[in-house]
Design a protein around this ligand. Structure first.
Ligand code: C5P
Length: 222
């Protein structure tokens, strides 16, 4: 099969990263988790203790920070200026601040330019919030994955219950709903389904079923 690009968007916890990784593996494509890039920048900003109002400093820091995503057997390793931050970018502190930082238009432009570059050679499965609508408007296959807030919180809870034991399911549900609201309501490339994206509600679907559907779509579209 010729190489092409797949954009997978949707709200937090819809299963995007698991599904994107499996689809990429099945096609021999590269998986790019753009949420990890926003998390990496957020981690760096928190690390430097920049106050919430220091937007210009945040932008300058973003443009001089090197973020590298290295695909491997167990998913993707994330480096910030050469340091492996893969685990640290999943902390509750980063999760609690990332949507605020992702709402800064100039930070989005810097990361969007990197994402476009990564997909320029095709053969990329990219997941995020604005991939089909903004980053890769010409992606050959566009999917918008969603699921009820409750089921998304339950899925996240299972993922993090070993490491973040202080989080309850109710807190997670509130956190997910808050992030969705911020992502949908921001001015700069908000979370939105691209007009030509295929909507898939995964509330009652298993992961293999979703992957299968996407692979079928790829067959029919390309
Ligand atoms: O996908 P993940 O939940 O790790 O993304 C973390 C946050 O990064 C999202 O809640 C959103 O605020 C931001 N994000 C974004 N645009 C993307 C990917 C992620 O604004 N393309």
């Amino acid at each position: 099969m010729e190489k092409f690009n797949i954009a997978i968007d949707g709200p937090a916890g819809a299963g995007k990263s698991t599904i994107a990784r499996l689809v990429a593996g099945a096609l021999g494509f590269v998986y790019v988790d753009t949420g990890a890039m926003y998390r990496a920048v957020t981690w760096k900003i928190l690390q430097e203790n920049l106050p919430a109002e220091a937007t210009a400093d945040m932008i300058a820091l973003t443009s001089r920070t090197e973020i590298r995503l290295v695909p491997g057997e167990n998913g993707q390793t994330v480096y910030v200026d050469g340091l492996d931050v893969t685990g640290m970018i999943r902390s509750a502190e980063v999760t609690g601040n990332v949507s605020r930082i992702a709402s800064v238009a100039e930070i989005r432009s810097i990361l969007t330019a990197k994402q476009k570059e990564m997909a320029a050679g095709k053969g990329v499965v990219m997941d995020g919030r604005d991939i089909g609508s903004h980053v890769l408007p010409d992606a050959e296959v566009k999917i918008f994955l969603t699921a009820s807030v409750r089921i998304r919180a339950e899925r996240r809870f299972k993922e993090i219950c070993d490491t973040q034991t202080e989080m309850t399911l109710e807190q997670l549900e509130l956190d997910i709903a808050r992030r969705d609201r911020m992502d949908e309501q921001r001015e700069a490339s908000p979370l939105v389904k691209a007009a030509d994206a295929v909507l898939m509600d995964t509330t009652d679907m298993t992961i293999p079923e979703v992957v299968e559907r996407i692979l079928e779509l790829c067959q029919s579209r390309v």
